[in-house]
Design a protein. Structure first.
Length: 260
């Protein structure tokens, strides 16, 4: 299938891969800043945004296959890739497969222990169920600091300080995307992320992690850098699971400085 996508800006191309949520609009807080310097291509993964779901199995492998196919269809061999959360895991998987160029992975999944992934599922599933139950009330709830704190405490270090416009699309995406549940199951029950030996990735690898991430907790960063020994680790101080929410200027600078 062809992934729905947007292109903005000029310069060397940069591919953005989202996590669970709104699709390409998950990057809205930093998209324009990146597009001032680069041609930014942001995709909707299958079952998110305006791309239809996969016809068969939904797994990290099959979702990543769809991105590989997109890169080939669009003649984007060697493109630098950026992902967050599930998308962060996927761009590291692309690097492991030798696909793309420089890689920036923000708070990637897949590096948890058995106990951590069980806790991830036990906490995120009820959160998504709550968002679905409150679907019609989301604009109002996210318009005030108390509502944002109630709904987003697991995702942001400072949910009360965010604007409704920053978070509404992603929260709606958790409720509405046809593949949210299947992708969540794939993350919980599927295999952990494999690594790549030193010298085997196609470009530079940078892993960014929020010091206050409650979804992919900070101690998982050590496992990620062990599995990807070529990676440089960047800590976002005072930041939760979404650097594009909590530290948009820092996230933009990191991406631009670590990709060509």
């Amino acid at each position: 299938m062809t992934l729905n996508h947007v292109r903005r800006g000029n310069g060397s191309p940069l591919l953005l891969v989202h996590g669970l949520g709104a699709g390409w609009q998950s990057w809205s807080p930093i998209l324009d800043g990146l597009a001032e310097h680069r041609e930014v291509i942001a995709v909707d993964l299958p079952g998110f945004g305006e791309t239809p779901p996969l016809a068969g199995d939904v797994s990290i492998a099959t979702l990543t296959d769809s991105v590989v196919d997109f890169i080939r269809e669009q003649d984007l061999d060697g493109i630098s890739t950026v992902g967050q959360s599930m998308g962060g895991r996927m761009v590291l998987e692309l690097a492991r497969r030798g696909v793309g160029g420089d890689t920036v992975a923000l708070d990637p999944g897949g590096f948890w222990s058995d106990r951590e992934v069980a806790l991830f599922g036990a906490t995120l599933r009820p959160s998504i169920a709550l968002v679905k139950a409150l679907r019609g009330m989301l604009p109002a709830l996210l318009s005030n600091p108390a509502g944002r704190t109630l709904l987003l405490a697991q995702l942001s270090a400072r949910p009360w300080a965010l604007s409704r416009e920053t978070v509404l699309n992603d929260v709606r995406g958790l409720a509405d995307s046809p593949s949210t549940d299947a992708a969540l199951i794939a993350l919980i029950k599927g295999p952990k992320q494999q690594g790549a030996p030193a010298g085997k990735v196609p470009g530079r690898v940078t892993i960014g992690w929020g010091r206050r991430d409650l979804v992919t907790v900070p101690r998982q960063a050590a496992r990620a850098t062990q599995l990807f020994p070529d990676a440089v680790l960047h800590w976002f101080e005072g930041c939760g699971h979404f650097p594009q929410w909590d530290a948009p200027h820092e996230a933009t600078r990191l991406i631009l400085d670590h990709t060509d």
